[in-house]
Design a protein around this ligand. Structure first.
Ligand code: 6PG
Length: 228
């Protein structure tokens, strides 16, 4: 099932996403005692997460993981965990943040993260920002990682988007999630949004994730939705 939600601006999108987050959290906590969410990196974290993290929620039942992480130290400006931590207007009381241990070698960090994540799968919701090339998490067009069918978490050393070394969830983990939320802003992404939503033959990672999803919710600003 696909929902396509278009917004005039970032704040309107942030408020709508936060409201949906609170609603889905309540349902997941009532049903399973916890709410397991994969967070995105990139601009979505900066523009949308402050409102989400400031929302009323039973945070002690929320488990945040990262759909991908760059292999940089936790205090590095390129670190996705740091971007979320910086988005906290005040740290949500009791929330569980499962950061990737990027001090380990990439393969070891991926293996350890997969072990930490396994008992929490399937995700209730995975947030996916999307690059203009249609990448999601650190799954890039034409990359061999798109063919990974066994591992839940893997790594790459040749990311076309710097920094080059990253740890990422794989397409099978996204396909098992209860919901994928695509959080996309900006005109440069309009063509990839069109391909993902309208071209059944598209091999873009966003298209592959969307077509395999149990439920897709697209949060779009008007420029990103311009070719729909
Ligand atoms: C990352 C992100 C990545 C991001 C897209 C979009 O770690 O880089 O997880 O998948 O969501 O590159 O990034 P922007 O929203 O900044 O364009």
């Amino acid at each position: 099932m696909t929902e396509q939600l278009t917004f005039d601006g970032a704040q309107q999108m942030a408020e709508a996403m936060a409201a949906r987050f609170v609603s889905e959290a309540q349902k997941a906590i009532a049903a399973r005692g916890r709410f397991v969410v994969g967070l995105t990196g990139g601009s979505a974290a900066k523009t949308l997460y402050p409102t989400m993290l400031g929302s009323p929620c039973d945070w002690s039942r929320v488990h945040f993981f990262f759909g991908d992480e760059r292999k940089v130290p936790p205090d590095h400006p390129e670190c996705n965990f740091r971007a979320v931590r910086d988005a906290w207007l005040s740290k949500p009381q009791g929330v569980h943040i499962h950061a990737v241990h990027t001090e380990l070698a990439a393969e070891a960090a991926a293996e350890e993260y997969a072990s930490e994540l396994a008992p929490f799968l399937p995700f209730d919701v995975v947030h996916l920002g999307m690059g203009p090339d249609g990448h999601v998490a650190s799954l890039f067009p034409g990359h061999p990682l798109l063919d990974e069918k066994k591992l839940d978490v893997s790594w790459l050393g040749d990311s076309p988007k710097p920094p080059p070394v990253r740890i990422t969830v794989t397409l099978p983990v996204l396909a098992q999630a209860r919901q994928l939320w695509f959080l996309v802003q900006g005109a440069p992404k309009a063509e990839a949004v069109r391909a993902a939503l309208k071209d059944p033959s598209s091999k873009l990672p966003a298209a592959l994730a969307h077509r395999s999803a149990k439920q897709s919710v697209w949060f779009l600003d008007k420029p990103a939705a311009a070719q729909l």
